[in-house]
Design a protein around this ligand. Structure first.
Ligand SMILES: NC(=O)CC[C@H](N)C(=O)O
Length: 371
């Protein structure tokens, strides 16, 4: 086992062993409390430029398989685990996580006290971090960390989006056609929509409103994605055009933040974000609590107790995080648009939020009836 070093931008250092590829990497340190679903986490484009610390102590137990990737590659900038599985076992497993990280050139570290590291990030906030198997002097690695760009102000969707448009067909009879703005879309999303008879036309992140509306879709979807929503003005402009056209619109995570901005609301950086599979949310539309999968470091700033007037009519906060009262969803009252900050497409789950895809289909159906 070769040695590896992790240094945070405030100077706190952890020593461990090399896990995955060797080399040096820097990114934003964030922690995820998911006990399962590491393959989906690694391949979720929203984690681009982030070094993910897994709080669950045993990672890699089920290996990796050919079915669970959310995109064409691993996006995390680095991976931090406590005690990697020595012998993965699962009926779908086709390889080990360690070998997969090596194949994708992802630098990781194991044997770290991830509990101490997580408590540090929770107390001091998300910050830049470096991991290296070659720069083993803490001051030298710290200098590399301090030279790295910060997540605030980073426009990253164009770095992860599809180069060319593509279509995901409906399963069975096609009942609706939508355009999806790929800000970092996960494979699970069009798959869920397809099950409801939706054909999804996925367009690159910089697609304009005219391009999103060109094929006369029944609705427009805004995906999740990496980076700071305050830096993606092109997507905000595209969404304004879709709202002007009063086309049904549904956004998830980054898409929720972009809808918020298009309505004139602000966004801000959370101290350490929400990442995990057990985040409780109050759904004010159905007056029920949903346990949700989340992965966000930014949030929308909106009034919780009453609707806000916007250039597109009134918007209200439809979902509120029960751990910290953060805005977790928006519902427009005068245009057919809504969004959530969490993940109805979540794999490995939970599935409490999955009915939101049906809510989008219902919105498209209502809009057709009105037309
Ligand atoms: N999963 C996402 O879409 C993340 C959105 C945004 N990059 C954030 O961190 O808040």
């Amino acid at each position: 086992m070769s040695e590896a070093l992790l240094v945070l931008e405030d100077g706190r250092a952890f020593r461990g062993e090399s896990y995955g590829a060797t080399g040096t990497t820097v990114g934003e340190a964030v922690f995820s409390t998911g006990m399962t679903g590491y393959q989906e986490t690694l391949t979720d484009p929203s984690y681009h430029r982030q070094v993910v610390v897994m709080t669950a102590p045993h990672i890699g137990n089920t290996g990796v398989n050919d079915e669970d990737d959310e995109s064409r590659r691993i996006w995390v900038a680095g991976f931090v685990v406590r005690d990697p599985a020595r012998r993965p076992a699962n009926w779908r497993s086709t390889g080990t996580l360690d070998a997969e990280l090596v194949a994708h050139g992802v630098v990781g570290i194991s044997g770290v006290d991830t509990r101490a590291l997580t408590r540090h990030l929770r107390d001091r906030g998300a910050m830049r971090v470096g991991i290296s198997t070659e720069v083993l002097d803490a001051d030298a690695l710290l200098a590399r960390v301090l030279a790295a760009p910060s997540m605030s102000g980073a426009d990253l969707a164009p770095e992860v989006t599809t180069e060319a448009a593509y279509v995901v067909p409906a399963v069975g009879e096609k009942r609706y056609t939508i355009s999806a703005l790929d800000l970092g879309i996960k494979a699970a999303t069009p798959r869920h929509l397809a099950e409801l008879g939706v054909e999804t036309h996925v367009l690159p992140a910089t697609a304009t409103a005219a391009e999103l509306l060109a094929a006369g879709p029944d609705g427009v979807f805004l995906s999740n994605g990496p980076g700071d929503p305050a830096a993606s003005d092109y997507a905000v402009d595209a969404v304004k055009g879709v709202l002007d056209a009063r086309r049904p619109l549904f956004g998830i995570c980054f898409g929720n933040q972009i809808l918020g901005r298009a309505l004139g609301l602000g966004t801000y950086k959370l101290p350490f974000g929400h990442r995990g599979l057990n985040q409780p949310v109050l759904d004010r539309v159905t007056d029920s609590v949903r346990v949700t999968s989340q992965n966000h470091g930014f949030a929308v700033d909106a009034l919780l107790d009453r609707a806000t007037d916007t250039p597109y009519g009134r918007v209200e906060v439809s979902h509120v995080g029960l751990n910290d009262q953060v805005v977790e969803g928006l519902r427009c009252l005068d245009v057919p648009a809504f969004s959530v900050q969490f993940h109805p497409e979540a794999a490995a789950g939970p599935h409490d939020a999955a009915p939101l895809f049906q809510r989008f289909v219902d919105l498209m159906e209502d809009n057709r009836a009105e037309a």
